[in-house]
Design a protein around this ligand. Structure first.
Ligand SMILES: [Zn+2]
Length: 401
């Protein structure tokens, strides 16, 4: 090999090596460094301040009772803060956010937070200090846990929620958190991750705040990053449809609440539960009944009538969906296995069972077989004809309108 060609080869190897190095450094730069344990924290009351960053989401930092409270977070020397992740204890009161840009000592107000998402990520533009202050007369700073990040993308377990658009592809409507996996199987992972559709999940009830955190963790795990609709109706066990409506201040009140939600979401397709209540729960019957009344029977006038309505286990126009195919988009996992992982986020709901009307015991699990096969649905309403291929909720559906 001549000297010239050797030099050419060497320079080629050098370019390759440099390229590998730079793409490596780009990849590293995209992942934000977690600064939580390197920051300095001060507060109006230092008592139990450690609870903000102890990784335990059950305990809250309370500050001084009935006085205005504040917390200050200072970045470690040489680092800037570019992201703040907060798990709120309820939407009890807005909290004011101020920041010092890097190199400055003056606070700039950025407005109120804790107004939209219970798990809230706030992107910041290279700041050295953050100040969070209470805005209500009780002085509350309802923070369960707080994490701080440098420049780049936050890790996957940080939930960066989006609000849903005015029009969406699919609405998954259930009575309680966990029904969306137990009874509707791989619906959410399949349409969110593989089909990349705009999927909104709506919960008629949510018993308490703990279940609200579980619900968000489950949705995030299932690949749904659109913040859910939470209708806030009461969660009470009942075996009759009319009892469920009694708990919800009458059928008209429930119809109005669900019709208003459908107008906010404007989905093309709606999936909901079994009209017989799965194992016989009045709340499950009611969400199916409300959808039939509004979408099929037009008991409320909607801005946009969904093109299709599917009910779990509905006996007409049935289709059996396969949740057991692995997809590259799911790193080789199946929609069913992801739904099982999402159900596992509902820690308070593990290990339960319920007696069915036939006297059999139904174990709460995500299974695409047995009495409540979560791949079995029926088309209860369609303005675009009956299904022919019977393998997709979106067969014949005109999207993008
Ligand atoms: Zn349920």
């Amino acid at each position: 090999m001549s000297l010239k060609s050797m030099l050419r080869l060497l320079s080629f190897i050098f370019i390759l090596f440099a390229f590998a190095l730079s793409s490596e450094s780009v990849a590293t730069a995209q992942d934000a460094r977690e600064l939580t344990s390197y920051c300095n924290y001060s507060a109006s009351s230092k008592s139990k301040l450690f609870r903000l960053t102890d990784g335990k989401t059950k305990q809250i930092y309370e500050g001084n009772k009935n006085k205005s409270n504040w917390i200050e977070i200072s970045s470690p020397a040489g680092d800037n803060i570019c992201g703040l992740y907060i798990l709120w204890k309820g939407y009890t009161s807005p909290v004011s956010l101020e920041v010092c840009p890097s190199g400055s000592h003056e606070y700039i107000p950025l407005g109120d937070i804790n107004t939209t998402f219970l798990h809230e990520f706030i992107q910041l533009d290279h700041v050295s200090k953050i100040r969070l202050s209470s805005t209500d007369k009780n002085g509350s700073l309802p923070i369960l846990e707080l994490r701080v990040f440098g420049e780049g993308n936050p890790p996957e377990d940080v939930q960066v929620w989006q609000q849903h658009s005015d029009k969406n592809d699919l609405l998954v409507f259930v009575a309680h958190p966990d029904d969306e996996y137990i009874f509707l199987g791989g619906t959410i992972p399949y349409y969110c991750i593989e089909k990349k559709m705009q999927v909104v999940v709506c919960y008629m009830t949510c018993k308490d705040e703990f279940r609200l955190h579980e619900l968000l963790n489950g949705l995030w795990c299932a690949g749904c990053h659109i913040y859910p609709e939470l209708l806030g109706f009461e969660d009470k066990l009942c075996s009759k449809l009319k009892t469920a409506y009694k708990y919800w201040d009458g059928i008209d009140n429930a119809l109005d609440g669900v019709a208003a939600m459908l107008d906010r979401v404007q989905p093309n397709v709606v999936i909901t539960q079994d009209i017989k209540g799965e194992y016989g729960h009045g709340g499950h019957m009611a969400v199916a009944d409300l959808c039939l009344r509004i979408i099929r029977d037009h008991e409320r006038q909607l801005k946009h009538v969904p093109q299709k309505l599917y009910l779990h286990l509905w006996e007409e126009n049935q289709l059996l969906l396969d949740w057991n195919t692995p997809y590259d988009s799911m790193n080789g996992k199946t929609p069913l296995s992801i739904a099982q992982e999402a159900f596992a986020c509902h820690i308070s709901q593990q290990g339960f069972s319920h007696e069915t009307r036939g006297g059999k015991v139904f174990k709460f699990e995500v299974a695409d077989h047995g009495m409540f096969d979560n791949g079995c649905f029926g088309l209860a309403y369609s303005s675009v004809g009956e299904d022919i291929d019977k393998n997709d909720f979106f067969e014949h559906v005109v999207t993008g309108n």
